[in-house]
Design a protein around this ligand. Structure first.
Ligand SMILES: [Zn+2]
Length: 141
């Protein structure tokens, strides 16, 4: 997760991908994907799916508040696919929208980094609201 103020990112928080842990809780996925994920090793699972660790997330959000900043970006990589949201990404982002309302958090952008072309990584940012994906521009300083 990336946090900052006035549209400018200043803090970086690493959040564990619990899909990559042994005996991961995979309830977020439909039956077919669940069966597929269960057959893989934690490392292989991390290559194709992610679920953020709730404790890491909560610690990060606490620090963001302590610093008087706002959560601005949630990012993850696509090791083998293009830099655009997958159907699962859209589903997870949409589910996060209800949590976000309860926690009174601002709407984060979703940044996806594609490592498909190892020598030319690509990063695109998106708004994902009510299942609708809109690409947004950003600058690196
Ligand atoms: Zn993704």
């Amino acid at each position: 997760m990336l946090a900052g103020k006035d549209g400018r990112v200043t803090q970086h928080y690493k959040i564990a991908n619990i899909v990559a842990t042994e005996g991961a809780h995979l309830a977020n996925f439909d039956e077919a994907k669940f069966a597929h994920l269960q057959a893989l090793s934690p490392d292989e699972r991390a290559d194709i799916a992610f679920v953020m660790d709730a404790r890491d997330m909560s610690a990060a959000l606490k620090d963001v508040r302590r610093l008087g900043l706002e959560l601005q970006v949630i990012y993850h990589s696509h090791p083998h696919s293009p830099a655009r949201p997958s159907l699962t990404d859209i589903k997870i982002a949409s589910e996060f929208e209800s949590t976000r309302g309860i926690l009174n958090l601002p709407e984060p952008l979703h940044l996806i980094i594609s490592l498909e072309k190892k020598d030319a990584p690509e990063a695109n940012a998106f708004r994902i609201v009510n299942g609708t994906v809109t690409r947004v521009s950003y600058q690196t300083l």
